[in-house]
Structure formats: structure tokens, C-alpha cells
Design a protein around this ligand. Structure first.
Ligand code: ZN
Ligand code: MN
Length: 467
């Protein structure tokens, strides 16, 4: 039997980080269900949509960053379907002429994944199945989500494994964070996946939320299709849903075609035009993107390609590196962030956002290491405590006795200074006040920032006071 090769295409829906919805001024964030809706996002008769300019600008940035051809003129269409999550019985989306087509994303190994199209559309409402009522015959609807701006990014079927799909999604999401159109933990990403075994019908698995779920859904669906083929059966063309709890897909319906939605031109919105000049302006205003950052870090900071890639593969990590490397040696910072910090975060299932003031703390720690006041191993241990307990680096290292002790010479200098600056305490001590000595010892310890051996300080100060 010939090898069974998976063929995968993705349709990714990304929520754009705008303040207001795509066709009305309702906020995109609200605490109470059904509190952020108006006649437009509820589809009431006579209401008219008004396009959110910010959402178009964000979509344009994405299209340019994906190296797409942007259509100078595009328009919106109505995709008709009946479902409780869509109050007006159609979704305003783009079909015939989307905002952009024909882009690509390069994977680490150099393979190019073609982007077929990028379009703007509104999110439907959320159907809420409350815990405990799943057995009952109703569900709740929250229209706050209705009208939230999404961009849909459709790939060609260029992906050949679940791992490759995961890598593609990772780099896509990183790109969206560089563009600052998507905020991790706040905005949502969902994927519809098209999966087939080469030479057989394709199956669509809809509405998979999150990256890990996409990888798992693809894996289990490929297994299912291979299983059928090995039994001499054929996968049928259908739409399936992914059940995250059991980690398997189940049949929803045999697949309708796009034509079944009866798209028509949206008459309430004008044709949108993006003049060449505006497009060029937008292109110039694009921020530094991962590939450019990799080159800059290699050239300006002298990093290896490996380190530059790792640091640029996460927007947040790259930003942290930029700041830390202003104050400590870039190669030291690169090595520590791309190896130690990432390993600690991954091992403990934590993310950078879990650390308070990461920039200041890591800079402090790396300065100690750079000035050889702390050993490498102790610095790593301190890093773990910064990540897990949000500790202060100086406190941890001091308390654990990890800071290199000062030499007697260095301590003498500090003690001389303390004695000359505290003549009153010195006189009090000479009059027999023991408390004054404790005060001087405390001052010396503070000046030594935890790097002084207390007994040695006492010996030095007592000797100096005898003179
Ligand atoms: Zn509204
Ligand atoms: Mn869509």
C-alpha cells in the first residue's frame, strides 16, 4: 500500500484587539452578558452598519506582514445562514473580493506555507451551555460577542503534519503580536481545519480553540482517516467537531459547499478603497517583524543565529532582551534568556507574564553575574526563584549566601568609610556604648550589600576603633 500522506489546510479566525466592534460602537469588552449590544449588532430592522476604520488598518497590517497582495478595492458580503448565534440571519463577511490574497509564511526550515486569502468579518454571538444544564433542552446566548472584528486567514493545503501546523500557528501568532493586533490571554484564536489523506475526500473539523487543541484534533483526525483507509473504507466529505474532553472528532453534518450560503453583496456598506499611496504609507509604518529582528540581533549584538531566532520567536521575550541588553552584556543576556529562562518557564509551565518586573529583576541578576559577584550555578537557582516565587534577586542571593564574599581589603575600605561618616557613633562607642558598635556593623553590612562576612566586619571595625 502506498504511504498515506496527510494534507492539511487551515482557516484561522483571529480576534482583532480593537476597542469597539466591527460595525457599531459597542465595546469589545464587557462584564455583564448582553450588556454591550445595540440595534446594529443585534441586527434589528432598519439598523445600518458603519465600518470600524481601526479594524481595517489592523487587517491591512496583517495582510502586508503576510506578504499578501492587497486589493485596492474590496467589499463586504452577506453570508446567509439561520442559527441563534446570528440574530440577523446573515454574517457580514468578505467573499468575492477580500481585503488581500496570495501571501506566505516561511517556516524555520525555509518551507513556505501559502496564504490564500485574508478577510475581515464579524464574530457571531456566543452560545453558552451552562454547567449543570447541559442535559436540558436550552442554551443561553450572549450577544456581547456579536460583531467583534475577526480576520480570517486561509492557507493553501500546504501543511503536511500536525507538528507543522503547530509551528505555522506559533509563528503566525508571534507575527500578530509583533504587529500588536492581538493580545495573548485577551483575544481569541480559533481554527477550522481541512484534513485529508492524499487521494481521498477531505474532512473539515470546525471551531478548534487554541494551539494545542489544533494539534491534537489534527492528530486524532488523521489517525481516524488512516484507520478507515486501512480497513478498506473511504473517509466521506463531511464537517466534524472536535471534542476536547475525549480528544476525538465527531461527525456534525455532511459538508455543505460555500455556494450553499447564498452570498450576496452587502448593500449597506460602500466599496472600500485603499489608494496606492495609503498602502505604501501603511507598508512603511510596519513595525520590526521577527525575520528583521533576527538579522538585527545578529548584526548589531553579534548573536548566533540560533540565539537570535529563539529570542525573536516570542514577541515578549524579544522585547525583554532588547531592554536587558541595554544594561548588561548582550551575549550574556542572550545566553541566559534563550536557554536558562526559557527552560525554567517551559519546565514549570509558566510564561513571562507570570513574572513581576522581569526586566528590572533579570537585569539586576545578570549584573551580579557579569561582575562575578555570583556564580553561574547560583544565578540559575536565583532565576528559578524569580520565576516561581517572584523573589527579589539580591535578597535571594544574599539570604542563600550565594553572593561572593568581599575580600578583606574591600571590607577595610568600606569600614573606613563607615567610621569616618559616623563620628558620633564612634565617640559613643569609645564612651562604652555597645549599641553604637552594633549600629556601625549594620552600616557596614548595608554598604557591602550582603557580601560581607559579619565576623570579619566586626573584627575589622573593632581593631580600627582601638586605634
Ligand atoms: Zn452594537
Ligand atoms: Mn469565517
Amino acid at each position: 500500500m502506498p504511504e498515506l500522506k496527510p494534507v492539511i489546510g487551515l482557516e484561522i479566525h483571529v480576534q482583532l484587539n480593537t476597542q469597539s466592534k466591527l460595525f457599531c460602537s459597542c465595546p469589545t469588552e464587557a462584564a455583564e452578558p448582553n450588556s454591550a449590544c445595540c440595534e446594529v449588532c443585534l441586527g434589528m430592522p432598519g439598523s445600518k452598519p458603519v465600518l470600524n476604520k481601526k479594524a481595517v488598518e489592523m487587517a491591512l497590517k496583517v495582510a502586508l506582514a503576510l506578504n499578501c497582495k492587497v486589493n485596492e478595492e474590496f467589499y463586504f458580503s452577506r453570508k446567509t445562514y439561520f442559527y441563534p448565534d446570528m440574530a440577523k440571519n446573515f454574517q457580514i463577511t468578505q467573499y468575492e473580493i477580500p481585503i488581500a490574497v496570495n501571501g506566505e509564511v516561511k517556516l524555520k526550515g525555509g518551507k513556505s506555507i501559502r496564504i490564500k486569502r485574508v478577510h475581515l468579518e464579524e464574530d457571531p454571538a456566543a452560545l453558552v451551555h451552562e454547567a449543570g444544564i447541559s442535559q436540558s433542552n436550552y442554551c443561553l446566548i450572549d450577544y456581547n460577542r456579536s460583531g467583534i472584528p475577526l480576520i480570517e486567514i486561509v492557507t493553501e493545503p500546504d501543511l503536511e503534519s500536525p507538528e507543522e501546523a503547530r509551528e505555522f500557528l506559533d509563528s503566525l501568532l508571534n507575527l500578530l503580536r509583533y504587529l500588536e493586533v492581538f493580545v495573548l490571554g485577551k483575544n481569541v484564536l480559533k481554527a477550522d481545519t481541512n484534513i485529508s489523506i492524499k487521494g481521498f475526500e477531505r474532512v473539515e473539523v470546525k471551531n478548534v480553540t487554541g494551539f494545542k487543541a489544533v494539534e491534537t484534533a489534527l492528530k486524532s483526525e488523521i489517525e481516524r482517516q488512516k484507520g478507515l483507509i486501512n480497513e478498506g473504507k473511504k473517509p466521506v466529505r463531511e464537517t466534524r467537531a472536535f471534542d476536547e474532553v475525549i480528544g476525538r472528532t465527531k461527525s456534525l453534518r455532511t459538508k455543505e459547499t460555500e455556494e450553499d450560503y447564498g452570498y450576496i453583496f452587502e448593500p449597506d456598506l460602500p466599496m472600500i478603497e485603499i489608494p496606492k499611496k495609503e498602502l505604501e504609507e501603511a507598508r512603511k509604518k510596519l513595525p520590526e517583524l521577527p525575520e528583521q529582528k533576527i538579522k538585527r540581533l545578529m548584526k548589531e549584538k553579534g548573536l548566533s543565529e540560533y540565539d537570535a531566532r529563539v529570542l525573536s520567536s516570542s514577541f515578549e521575550l524579544g522585547k525583554l532582551f532588547d531592554e536587558v541588553s541595554k544594561k548588561v552584556d548582550a551575549k550574556l543576556a542572550a545566553r541566559f534568556l534563550s536557554r536558562e529562562l526559557l527552560a525554567i518557564l517551559n519546565y514549570n509551565n509558566k510564561s513571562l507574564q507570570d513574572i513581576e518586573n522581569p526586566e528590572r529583576k533579570i537585569t539586576e541578576l545578570l549584573k551580579l553575574l557579569q561582575e562575578q559577584k555570583i556564580m553561574e550555578k547560583a544565578a540559575k537557582e536565583t532565576m528559578i526563584k524569580i520565576v516561581l516565587e517572584n523573589s527579589e534577586p539580591l535578597q535571594v542571593a544574599g539570604k542563600m549566601g550565594w553572593l561572593a564574599k568581599m575580600s578583606e581589603q574591600e571590607l577595610e575600605k568600606i569600614c573606613d568609610k563607615v567610621i569616618s561618616e559616623n563620628s558620633k557613633a564612634v565617640q559613643d562607642f569609645k564612651k562604652g556604648e555597645q549599641k553604637a558598635l552594633n549600629f556601625l556593623l549594620g552600616q557596614a553590612a548595608r554598604a557591602a550589600k550582603g557580601r560581607a562576612e559579619p565576623r570579619l566586619v566586626k573584627k575589622i571595625i573593632e581593631e580600627k576603633l582601638k586605634k
